[in-house]
Ligand binder design. Sequence first.
Ligand code: SF4
Ligand code: SF4
Length: 249
Amino acid sequence: MKKAVRRWHDKLDVQLVDFWANEVLEKELQKDCTKGCSACCTERVFLTPTELVMIAQRLKKHLSRGSFSRMQRKVARLSKLVESEGREEWWRNSRPCPLLKDNECSVYSSRPLACRGRHSLDRKTCEVDSPEGSKCLTGPTMMEMAISADAMVETAQNGYNNAPVELIVGLDEALNGNGMDTWLRKGHGFPRAVAIVEKQIQLDMNDGTVDLLTLSEEMANEGSGPGGERVARERGAHNRTPQVDGREG
Ligand code: SF4
Ligand code: SF4
């Protein structure tokens, strides 16, 4: 199974990198993302269970015993906050992702697609305390969501639970519980992390935050002008969600 997880992960990575190289960079957009820029790493991240397992396996394999214990404590503490705070409160409190170290992603090559899909033309707009107005590119986000959805179908076809999960609670279930082993045995390994995603999707659908039709229209229009005109303001949440029907911010 571990080989299958690796294969799916590699497939996701390659497709997305290709997309950026051919569709984004080739058209000479001036992205403002640089090494050490991490304002977007204070948002909640929704990802596929395959990606979560990849990250958890990496942490288990590469962290020293002391660092692993610290990570366990950190995700245990933060996961309680994820479960008790709403999206707006989380956003206001600007809590960095537990995987962020010295302003850089400590699992960069294994970072979720939702993080890979995040590109902005103006980092200042990423630092405001609301996702409204962020100048994130819609194209990579939509592509990331489509690729994630495709991966989830493949996961399900192989008999594994494919429900998307929230990163921090999922890490708590993987590192402090038996979530990863349960998932690898084709069980429901991450019920709490799945519940966070489901709750947010429901909230977004209720308040109209999710507006994929508009996002699709914006993406279609992005090719029509110079760089600045390709900017699409995401509605409500510059989310990092693999779902095709709901996103988190
Ligand atoms: S999306 Fe915004 S905060 Fe994130 S790396 Fe790019 S410019 Fe920085
Ligand atoms: S996984 Fe990495 S890139 Fe994504 S939010 Fe966490 S630190 Fe940032």
